[in-house]
Design a protein around this ligand. Structure first.
Ligand SMILES: Nc1ncnc2c1ncn2[C@@H]1O[C@H](COP(=O)(O)OP(=O)(O)OP(=O)(O)O)[C@@H](O)[C@H]1O
Length: 408
């Protein structure tokens, strides 16, 4: 990476446990800062490191997913980037404008209406009234708040707050976007719109730091992940490896809770799916990739590996929803169960003529089966975001294709 947009070098941030220490050390630290002396690097009594020795970089258009248990230091890291805190140790360098969605509702004035808040926030982003007039409809439509635009935002639900804040913050291009768990309170249709918008912001060069406890959303948007644990960076890099480290570090694997990404029943992968992607169908491309819709055809390209030649294997994909419920399994009773897999690997095409999944975010798992046994199983091969065509509405868990005709 040539010039990182965000650089953390050995960054540390400490906090105090008591109000007394806060007041006393706050005064001491303010005096040091006044005389341009470096912050104290050692801990005084009642202090602790909320972040210790954190180093990573993020480039233009890159999204870093920040994961870890409660209290690990994720929000503190975002607040350091946002300039809410100064680091007590190390160096942070950044370039460009920052937009943050860190604490729900803090950017909005509760007594003012949604419309008034949009004008205030847009003015802070540098838009004059005429420019705001021009983007107002788009902001409101994205947030889906047409009916409540002129109500005071103190009457909004948490989800409505999040929709308005996200919509305003992302209506203009920005260099750095900080997102802390704000999508969690939005409904599924809004979450899907947010993920699409994040994809398109990334395509336009925005660097995103994205904090979430949802593995599915992290996997969809993040190019790399940073795992924080008790203020320390336990892992940084490929999403798969970082999640595996996360599950190992919280004992998820030991407790046999069937972690995502592995299947404990399978001793060794003879043949498995290396990667899978949805293929573009005309009119279904969007800025961040391929869009798939309920009721439409979808094709997948599946790359596989095999350690030995395999005759007569079947390719099976499973679709798990965000509550980790298995919603659907593919079946292909013709050629799909008589595949020969070459030992050097290859590519297959799996076609679904009618996507039965209703709008939502799904984890695609699966692999090859032979005589009823898995030859290899991938627990998280793809995060699939399913949208709906305008004017359609779905209820239930799946949509079933039906043909209706006049009965003579
Ligand atoms: N202003 C503060 N003063 C004192 N302690 C703080 C302050 N802000 C955060 N902490 C502490 O720092 C640690 C890290 O907090 P942080 O909010 O960054 O965690 P997190 O990983 O975002 O957690 P969560 O997943 O629960 O949101 C916690 O122990 C928290 O209590």
């Amino acid at each position: 990476m040539s010039h990182p947009v965000i650089l953390f070098e050995g960054v540390g941030k400490k906090f105090r446990r008591s109000l007394k220490a806060d007041l006393l050390y706050g005064f001491q630290d303010a005096s040091r800062s006044l005389f341009r002396r470096k912050p104290l690097e050692h801990l005084r009594s009642d202090e602790f490191w909320a972040l210790r020795d954190i180093s990573f970089t993020a480039g233009a258009g890159e999204c870093i997913g920040i994961i870890g248990p409660n209290g690990a230091g994720k929000s503190t890291l975002l607040k350091l980037v946002n300039g809410d805190y100064r680091p007590d140790r190390g160096r942070i360098a950044m370039r460009g404008r920052i937009k943050s969605l860190i604490r729900l509702g803090t950017g909005l004035q509760p007594m003012l209406t949604g419309r008034e808040n949009i004008y205030i926030q847009c003015a802070q982003l540098g838009l004059d009234k005429r420019a705001t007039d021009a983007t107002l409809d788009e902001i409101v439509a994205f947030a889906g708040l047409e009916k409540t635009l002129d109500a005071p935002v103190r009457h909004y639900s948490d989800g409505m707050y999040a929709r308005l804040e996200f919509s305003i913050a992302t209506c203009l291009p920005t260099d750095i976007l900080l997102v802390d768990e704000v999508l969690a309170v939005g409904d599924i249709a809004f979450q899907i719109r947010c993920l699409e918008r994040l994809d398109s912001l990334k395509c336009n060069g925005t660097t995103v730091l994205f904090v979430s406890h949802s593995e599915m959303t992290i996997r969809h948007v993040a190019d790399h992940c940073l795992l924080l644990f008790d203020g320390e960076a336990l892992a940084f890099g490929e999403t798969d490896k970082v999640f595996l480290k996360y599950y190992q570090s919280i004992g998820y694997l030991d407790r046999q809770l069937k972690p995502l990404g592995t299947s404990p029943e399978i001793p060794a992968d003879f043949a498995g799916v290396a990667s899978i992607r949805a293929l573009a169908v005309k009119g279904q491309e969007n800025a961040g990739g391929v869009k798939v819709f309920t009721g439409q055809p979808v094709d997948f390209e599946v790359s596989y590996f095999a350690s030995v030649p395999v005759d007569s294997a079947g390719l099976v994909l499973q679709f798990w929803n965000q509550a980790d419920i298995l919603i659907a399994t593919t079946h292909s009773d013709t050629d799909g169960h008589r595949l020969s897999l070459k030992p050097d690997g290859g590519r297959l095409r799996l076609a679904l003529p009618f996507l039965s999944l209703i709008p939502g975010i799904y984890r695609v798992a699966g692999g090859f089966v032979s005589a009823g046994d898995w030859l290899g199983y991938g627990g998280h091969l793809l995060t699939l975001v399913v949208a709906q065509k305008q004017g359609q509405a779905y209820e239930g868990l799946i949509s079933i294709e039906a043909k209706v005709s006049n009965a003579e």
